[in-house]
Write a protein that binds this ligand. Structure first.
Ligand code: PEP
Ligand code: MG
Length: 573
């Protein structure tokens, strides 16, 4: 038995089997081979072709069964590409005539093919460039006799153990079937952490050298609240954690009794409790926990999940599914927030020295016009089926809001010309997640239908602390009075203009922060489905007048630590 310590990223106890995720992309040397070696390189290419084909066929069948024809199509297309006569002929030519290794021939051919595709005027063909990249990785893995690794292949009910996960890798996780995540990298507020919390997956990150300490198939206990990972526990430890888990489940049962009851303070101040989702497959969390709406649909995860850009129909289907499920309850769809730590394999976002201060969110829409236009069309068409609101990420100026509003009108006119059913009469709101947005909140409130405060980015930008920098995690404090003051500026401006204001960043689900947000008079908190019960119970025990008094005091304090102490002293939280 070994106990490892890390960051308490997502609370909850999990006892399950470890599954190690170690992705490898083989290095390709630029070398040639002797003429006698050529036949072996051809054989290696042919064998890889067969292996990748068999692999793609298996995924095709599995996806077809689980998700239907539309989602499986892509794997059928991969098989077709693999057997394309021209591809085969050209790769064999490179091996025979230029004496390239099979690896080099595959890489050079598919790199060039992807580059040509990327420059085509037809957006549909351009989208397919990413598929060449996928095919290349699989062929290179097969030639190198390395296993195909994909998070989509993680066995049911396992604990994923990895060094790090990119947001697009994270997007592939079947959150419902994963029991835990342990990473040696990763901070408290990066996107893997957020996804884990939203889905209620117990997770510990920043565990040094975890891959060297855990083996595939080891029994692992995660205590997400304490940031502890126990490898191969003895019977006594197992029993202790089984009992803790049972207690947790009992508490969840108690929360269920609050289902259908409002989140209202003892003196009658009402807060709407919404949930954050990343895809329609998270809807079960919303239903199980009785959320009153979706306060943040992180639509970019739909884009990151796929190796090609999701088209209008695919997005339309996803948004409509969510809206139909939610009925009259509001769904706040955030326009794709790409950039920062979230990149797409099929667009070349220029390398930037400071991506979080670079071309991100609304700033990208001018440059990638068709991604933006397609998403708006899909959203307006889906809006016919429910209560949709659109939200703009990374706003720093009034003009950005006006630009999106104009685009919505332009796309509505286009849909009308095409005779497509749509609804453009929807609220368009702004994420307050930059200091600029908080400081000009009075101006933004005049052109916005609602505000939603993104405390994750707001904290990083107000405190000048990179949210994914693990070395600075102590400094990343969303209860710092500077952050609270910015939030209050936005809430006050919204109240003055009589527009709704909510919080969709992580602070909305933090027990010590909720009384302060109630004290500000927040209309809505959007949190992980799993947190709804706990936050509702807390709000039902609070007195809003007392919360206002505490808020006034904490705004005058020097730092986050003092804020926490005062809340603990006043409310025992
Ligand atoms: C935020 O910044 O608080 C937010 C909700 O958006 P994200 O975490 O996706 O950047
Ligand atoms: Mg954000």
């Amino acid at each position: 038995m070994e106990i490892l310590k890390g960051l308490p990223v997502s609370q909850g106890i999990s006892i399950a089997t470890a599954w190690l995720y170690i992705p490898k992309t083989p290095a390709v040397e630029s070398r040639t081979v002797s003429s006698s070696q050529v036949k072996y390189e051809i054989a290696a290419f042919r064998a890889a072709q067969e292996e990748v084909e068999a692999h793609q066929r298996r995924i095709y069948e599995k996806t077809l069964k689980r998700l239907g024809e539309k989602n499986a199509e892509i794997f059928a297309a991969h098989i077709e590409m693999l057997r394309d006569e021209e591809f085969e002929k050209d790769v064999l030519n490179l091996i025979e005539k230029r004496r390239y290794t099979a690896m080099r021939a595959v890489k050079e051919y598919l790199d060039e093919a992807a580059a040509i595709m990327r420059n085509l005027p037809d957006p549909f063909l351009r989208e397919r460039a990413g598929e060449f990249q996928d095919l290349q990785t699989n062929l290179l893995l097969a030639i190198s006799h390395l296993p195909f690794t994909s998070l989509a292949k993680a066995p049911k009910d396992c604990i994923v153990v990895a060094h790090d996960l990119t947001p697009s890798e994270t997007a592939l996780i079947e959150t419902r079937y994963i029991k835990g995540i342990v990473l040696s990298a990763g901070g408290l507020t990066g996107h893997v952490a957020i996804l884990a919390r939203n889905s209620g997956i117990p997770s510990v990150m920043g565990v040094p050298d975890v891959l060297a300490k855990v083996k595939n198939g080891d029994t692992v206990i995660i205590d997400g609240g304490q940031g502890e990972v126990i490898i191969e526990p003895d019977e006594e430890t197992l029993n202790i954690y089984r009992a803790k888990k049972a207690e947790e489940e009992k508490l969840q049962q108690e929360y269920q009794e609050l289902h259908g009851k409002p989140a209202e303070t003892v003196d009658g101040q009402r807060v709407n409790l919404y949930s954050n989702i990343a895809s329609p497959s998270d809807l079960y969390l919303v239903e199980e926990n009785g959320s009153e709406g979706i306060g943040l649909f992180r639509s970019e995860f739909l884009f990151m999940k796929s190796s090609v850009e999701p088209g209008e129909e695919e997005q339309f289907d996803a948004y409509r599914k969510v809206l139909i499920n939610m009925g009259e309850r509001p769904v706040i769809l955030r326009l794709a927030d790409i950039g920062g730590d979230k990149n797409l394999p099929y667009i070349d976002i220029e390398k930037e020295a400071n991506p979080f201060l670079g071309c991100r969110g609304v700033r990208l829409y001018q440059k990638y016009r068709d991604i933006f236009e397609t998403q708006i069309c899909a959203a307006l068409r889906a809006a016919v089926s429910g209560n949709l609101r659109l939200m703009i990420p990374m706003v720093t100026a009034v003009e950005e809001v006006l630009f999106v509003r104009e685009e919505v009108m332009r796309q509505a006119a286009r849909l009308k010309r095409l005779g497509k059913n749509h609804n453009a009469n929807i609220p368009i709101g702004v994420m307050i997640e930059t200091p600029a947005a908080a400081l000009i909140a009075p101006q933004l409130a005049k052109v916005s239908s609602f505000f939603s405060i993104g405390s994750n980015d707001l904290t990083q930008y107000v405190l000048a602390v990179d949210r994914s920098n693990i070395a600075l995690s102590d400094m990343y404090d969303n209860l710092h009075p500077a952050v609270l003051r910015c939030i209050k500026l936005a809430v006050d401006a919204a109240k003055k203009e009589k527009i709704e204001v909510g919080v969709c960043g992580e602070i909305a689900g933090q027990m010590s922060a909720v009384p302060l947000l109630v004290g500000m008079g927040i209309d809505e908190l959007s949190i992980s489905g799993k947190r709804v019960g706990a936050v509702k119970r807390l709000i039902r025990s609070l007195d809003a007048v007392k919360c206002r008094g505490i808020l006034e005091q904490v705004l005058e304090l020097d730092n986050g630590k003092m804020v926490r102490e005062l809340i603990k002293q006043e409310l025992s939280l």
